[in-house]
Design a protein around this ligand. Structure first.
Ligand code: ASP
Length: 329
C-alpha cells in the first residue's frame, strides 16, 4: 500500500460548485444528465486532476473509499482507466473484470442481487453490461452511485465525456467544428453518447457509414431536432478535406447476429497516411479503441493522431467523475 501525501483537496468554493452541480451521490447513466455548464465543471476538475498527476502522481482524496468495477463484457481500457483513476485518488478497487461467467452470475443470480451484494462492500459501482438499460436497472437496485461503463449498444457516457474533453483540449474549442463520425454508427455506443452531447454545441456533424451501419433514427432525430447541419454519406472522401475531427470506430462484431454481414462491412474503412494527406493540417483523428483495421498503424506517428492522448484524458475525466459522485472533497 503506497502512502500518498495529502496534496489535493477542493477548497470551499470548489466544494460548493460541486454540490451545486448535484453530482454527489448521483448515478452517471446517460449523457443526457449533463448540461454544458456541468460539463465545463467536470472538465475543469479533470484539468486539475491532470495537473495534480503531473506534479505528484496521486492524492488521497478518495482514501478509504472502495470502487466495485463489475464488467460483464471484455474491457481493457475502460476497466484499467477506472482502476487507475480510483487508485490515483487514494481509493481501492474490487475488480470483477475476469471470469465473471464463473461467478454467481452464471449460477443465475440476478443483476439486482449482484448489485445489492456489491454495494455492501463499496461506495461506488462501475458497471459494463451487454444489455441496453442494464445500468439503469443496477442504479435502481443500488443506494450508492452506479456509473454506466457501457450498456450494450446503448450508451457509454464516460467515454463521451472524455471524447468531448479531448476535442476541447486538442482544438481549443467545440463550437464551429465539423465532426465526422466514421464506421459502425449503428452499434457503436460511444457514437450514440458523443452525438447526443454534441447536439448542445454549435457543430456540423457528418455520419459516414455503410448502409447497414447507419446511425439509428432516434439519435438522428435528436440531432435534427437540435437544428444541426447533418450530412450522411458512405464515403470518407466526402468529408476528409473539411473535417476538424475524424471520430473513427470499430465495427462491433459482437453485436451482429449474422457474421456473414459483419464480414461484408468489417473492412469498409481504413484511415491511411495517404488519406491523411488530404485532411486539414490541424484536424485530429480520434478512436475510442480498440482498433482493428480501421486505422493504419502508420497513422500513429502523425501528430494529428489523438487516440492515445484520448486514452489518457479518460483517466482524468474518470478521476473527476469519481470525486464528484463521491462528494469529494
Ligand atoms: N471501447 C469502446 C466501447 O466499449 C469502443 C469499442 O469497443 O469499440 O464501446
Amino acid at each position: 500500500m503506497i502512502n500518498r501525501p495529502r496534496i489535493f483537496s477542493l477548497d470551499d468554493t470548489q466544494q460548493s460548485v460541486l454540490n451545486e452541480h448535484g453530482f454527489h451521490g448521483q448515478d452517471i447513466l446517460s449523457v443526457n444528465q449533463f448540461t454544458p455548464a456541468s460539463l465545463d465543471y467536470i472538465f475543469d476538475v479533470a484539468e486539475e486532476m491532470r495537473a495534480m498527476v503531473g506534479r505528484k502522481g496521486g492524492a488521497d482524496l478518495l482514501q478509504g473509499r472502495v470502487l466495485s468495477c463489475l464488467f460483464y463484457e471484455p474491457s481493457t481500457r475502460t476497466s484499467a482507466s477506472f482502476i487507475a483513476a480510483m487508485e490515483r485518488l487514494g481509493g481501492s478497487v474490487i475488480p470483477i473484470t475476469q471470469g465473471v461467467q464463473f461467478s454467481s452470475v452464471s449460477k443465475g443470480e440476478t443483476l439486482h442481487d449482484t448489485i445489492r451484494t456489491l454495494e455492501q462492500y463499496s461506495d461506488v459501482i462501475v458497471l459494463r453490461h451487454p444489455e441496453k438499460g442494464a445500468a439503469a436497472i443496477a442504479a435502481a437496485a443500488a443506494d450508492i452511485p452506479v456509473i454506466n461503463a457501457g450498456d450494450g449498444a446503448g450508451e457509454h457516457p464516460t467515454q463521451a465525456l472524455l471524447d468531448l474533453f479531448t476535442i476541447r483540449e486538442e482544438l481549443g474549442r467545440l463550437d464551429g467544428l465539423h465532426i465526422a463520425m466514421v464506421g459502425d454508427l449503428r452499434y457503436g455506443r460511444t457514437v450514440h453518447s458523443l452525438t447526443q452531447l454534441l447536439t448542445g454545441y454549435d457543430v456540423q456533424l457528418s455520419f459516414v457509414s455503410p448502409e447497414i451501419l447507419r446511425l439509428p433514427l432516434d439519435y438522428m432525430n435528436q440531432v435534427r431536432d437540435a437544428g444541426k447541419t447533418v450530412r450522411e454519406t458512405y464515403s470518407v472522401a466526402d468529408v476528409i478535406a473539411s473535417a476538424d475531427v475524424l471520430y473513427v470506430t470499430r465495427v462491433q462484431k459482437e453485436r451482429f447476429t449474422d457474421l456473414a454481414q459483419y464480414e461484408e462491412v468489417k473492412d469498409f474503412y481504413r484511415i491511411t497516411p495517404e488519406l491523411m494527406d488530404r485532411a486539414k493540417p490541424n484536424a485530429i483523428v480520434m478512436h475510442p479503441l480498440p482498433r482493428v483495421n480501421e486505422i493504419d498503424v502508420r497513422v500513429d506517428t502523425d501528430p494529428r493522431a489523438a487516440y492515445f492522448r484520448q486514452v489518457k484524458n479518460g483517466m482524468y475525466i474518470r478521476m473527476a467523475l469519481l470525486a464528484a459522485v463521491l462528494g469529494k472533497a
